[in-house]
Design a protein around this ligand. Structure first.
Ligand code: BEZ
Length: 240
């Protein structure tokens, strides 16, 4: 078999935006989970890291764990995965809590489940093994799965690049706001910024838009925005 054929065989399917999240049952540091059914009615971020006891992953876990309550408030649970075994996960998370400080966070307890995936069954289902990068470690994948179990977005990073968790949180809130208000969000959007209204025909006529008859500002027929106050966005999305 040619090298490329071997690599293609190792990288089984990859869910796409709009697909139902592939189902699996797994052992985690918090007990067994059935995915995604255990998370029905909630958003869930399923993410992979290359290996336990590695430095970049350690900084990522400290950062994610320190933001876990923030994600919970946005009705979102976190689930990690690597192709390591359960006892490695437990030992690594204990070491992080007992010894490692990163950006002022210390004594950090990782309370969200971390999946053991020695067989790579789950990692392969989610396209987390990308053989051009590494044949035995998962890349840094992030899957956003909505309360109906649909994959809404995914981000992949190579082994050497630690993720930006502010962006992961921003993307979650932006997708929730888009669902809640029936709008789209522009580049770098954050709650309180103007949102984008869909194309003419989907919401008022182009003439009404250009005449300023609707609650929106149009610079041209295709480019209409409207304000939504930060409080309004956050009060709809965040649990009190
Ligand atoms: C890390 O997390 O530090 C790491 C893991 C795998 C390859 C390179 C870096």
């Amino acid at each position: 078999m040619e090298n490329n054929e071997v690599k293609a065989e190792q990288a089984v399917g990859m869910p796409r935006i709009g697909d139902k999240a592939p189902e699996f049952k797994a052992v985690t540091t918090q007990g067994e989970i059935n995915f995604p059914s255990d998370y029905s009615g909630k958003w869930v971020i399923l993410f992979s890291h290359p290996a336990d006891f590695t430095p970049v992953c350690t900084t990522e876990f400290i950062t994610f764990a320190s933001m876990a309550d923030q994600f919970k408030e946005a009705n979102c649970e976190l689930v990690g995965l690597s192709v390591d075994g359960l006892y490695s996960h437990i030992a690594w998370l204990r070491t992080i809590q007992e010894k490692i400080e990163y950006r002022g966070h210390k004594n950090v307890e990782v309370k969200f489940p971390l999946i053991e995936d020695i067989t790579m069954e789950v990692a392969k289902k989610y396209g987390m093994i990308q053989p051009g990068e590494d044949t035995t470690k998962a890349v840094r994948a992030v899957f956003f799965i909505d309360p109906q179990g649909t994959v809404r977005s995914m981000i992949y990073y190579p082994l050497s690049l630690g993720r930006n968790f502010d962006e992961i949180y921003r993307a979650l809130i932006a997708m929730q706001a888009a669902d809640e208000f029936g709008v789209a969000t522009p580049a770098d959007w954050r709650p309180g910024d103007d949102v984008i209204i869909g194309p003419a025909g989907s919401c008022g006529t182009a003439k009404d838009r250009m005449d300023g008859k609707e609650d929106m500002t149009c610079q041209d027929w295709f480019f209409c925005q409207k304000p939504i106050a930060k409080d309004e966005v956050l009060s709809k999305i965040l649990k009190k």
